[in-house]
Design a protein around this ligand. Structure first.
Ligand code: NAD
Length: 248
């Protein structure tokens, strides 16, 4: 039976690259995103690779919607092998300016979204013979507090650090049937960082051992590995994909 994956935030950027890498690896892919047009384009590119695609226009912070989506994927494809929690957004604000609602929203988009989809997908993965793989996109912000001292990202950093706790705890709870891992990308050239890269690309690149910022495909290759590795013995881990950013 063809393996299946669900990718949140799969319309563009890292999520799109991961969705296409999974399609190249033989997965049918369900996409969840707010951006209908971009998501449809990713779905067409999945189908151009000979795989099936499903699209769900939804806000990942909505618990009930996450459950409804996972249920529909299960009803359509009868299995869910990989969940990639990728959707995320930053709203940088100094602590003296951020409102309670803005803090809550950042946590909801970046962290609660992971809980929502894992809560829905875990029972399916535990029940099926093949088990499953859960991969969540955290950030080096979770480890460093932020890649640039000029931008305060404490809410985002807290949410992304929360993903690491969720990952380690759920790896224990869901093992051995389900492997749960996280990825901490560094500076990856996507729309999320367009302004920062336009303004400070040279300065940022100078502090990266590999001499360049990352691409969505750099992250997708690790996702593909974690999704397809036959003899998976890694769980509860986070993998830093940042070209070794030692300074910025
Ligand atoms: N670009 C980077 O340098 C970088 C570094 C570390 C971590 N990340 C993380 O990687 C992930 C992907 O980021 P990206 O750089 O590709 O950004 P992006 O903005 O290009 O893509 C994010 C996608 O998530 C979707 N999304 C955002 N909020 C949503 C919501 N509430 N409901 C549904 N979909 C939603 C967006 O529509 C978009 O398609 C994010 O979790 C981000 O925090 C990115």
């Amino acid at each position: 039976m063809t393996k299946t994956a669900l990718v949140t935030g799969g319309a563009r950027g890292i999520g799109r690259a991961c969705a296409l890498a999974l399609a190249d690896a033989g997965f049918d892919v369900a996409l969840v995103d707010l951006l209908e047009v971009e998501m449809a384009a990713t779905a067409r590119d999945i189908e151009a690779r000979g795989r099936r695609a499903l699209t769900f226009q939804a806000d990942v912070s909505d618990f009930a919607r996450a459950h409804a989506i996972v249920e529909q994927v299960g009803a359509t494809w009868k299995q869910l092998d990989v969940l990639l929690n990728n959707a995320g957004a930053a709203n940088p604000k100094p602590i003296l300016e951020i409102t309670e609602a803005e803090f809550d929203r950042t946590i909801a988009i970046n962290l609660k979204s992971c809980f929502n989809f894992i809560h829905a997908a875990a029972p399916v993965m535990l029940e099926q013979d093949a088990g499953g793989r859960i991969i969540s996109i955290s950030s080096i912000n979770a480890l460093s507090g932020g890649v640039t001292s000029a931008v305060s990202k404490h809410a985002y950093a807290a949410a992304k650090a929360g993903i690491l706790g969720l990952t380690r705890s759920l790896a224990k709870e869901l093992g051995p049937k389900v492997a749960v891992n996280a990825i901490c990308p560094g500076i990856i050239a996507t729309d999320l960082l367009r302004n920062l890269l336009d303004d400070r690309k040279e300065q940022l690149t100078a502090g990266i051992a590999m001499g360049r910022v990352g691409t969505p495909e750099d992250v997708a290759s690790i996702v593909r590995y974690l999704a397809t590795e036959a003899h998976m013995f890694m769980t509860g881990q986070h993998f830093v994909v940042d070209g070794f950013q030692w300074s910025c």
